[in-house]
Design a protein around this ligand. Structure first.
Ligand SMILES: [Cu+2]
Length: 171
């Protein structure tokens, strides 16, 4: 008789707990659809000849432009926007403009070993202009002026320059 009572006493709290659990479960889950629109300016891959440039970088390790045309001898205002969500440590991006004739692979190697300077090798004479290294949802605007010519640009974050690169044409 004593044994039976003990069992019941044990089972009671369990029963109550499971009841509470079921009530919790019956709560409605909110399913709010995100109304945030996805940027659609990934369609173009080249700019018109304009000295105000906006370029984006993303988690797929891409710039949205692979060719930029500007007017030579006039100040260029360039904004890099990182539209990705991955951390700066995992998927940081910058925009580095290199002098014509630069060995891009050699530069990228040098950049890779400059982690403390956010992959900008200070001693390198190859850089014309660069943004800072950006984390998710960050942007940076820089100004520079270039002479007529074709310049390569890259992201110097380790491993990115292979696909994160393009040409800036100054005419
Ligand atoms: Cu990058």
């Amino acid at each position: 008789m004593r044994k039976l009572f003990a069992l019941t006493a044990c089972a009671l709290p369990l029963f109550l707990w499971s009841c509470g659990g079921n009530q919790e479960k019956s709560q409605q889950t909110e399913t709010t659809a995100s109304t945030e629109s996805v940027s659609s300016d990934n369609g173009s891959s080249a700019t018109e000849n304009s000295n105000t440039v906006v370029i984006t970088s993303n988690d797929q390790m891409r710039f949205d432009l692979d060719q930029i045309k500007v007017k030579a001898g006039q100040q260029v205002t360039l904004t890099l926007k990182n539209v990705g969500v991955l951390s700066k440590e995992a998927m940081g991006h910058n925009w580095v403009l290199l002098k014509p004739g630069t060995d891009v692979a050699a530069f990228a190697m040098e950049a890779m070993s400059n982690k403390k300077n956010e992959f900008i090798p200070a001693s390198s004479g190859a850089i014309v202009a660069h943004t800072k290294l950006l984390g998710p949802d960050e942007s940076d605007t820089i100004t520079f002026t270039v002479e007529k010519g074709e310049y390569e640009f890259i992201c110097s974050f380790p491993g990115h320059y292979g696909i994160m690169r393009g040409t800036l044409i100054a005419e």
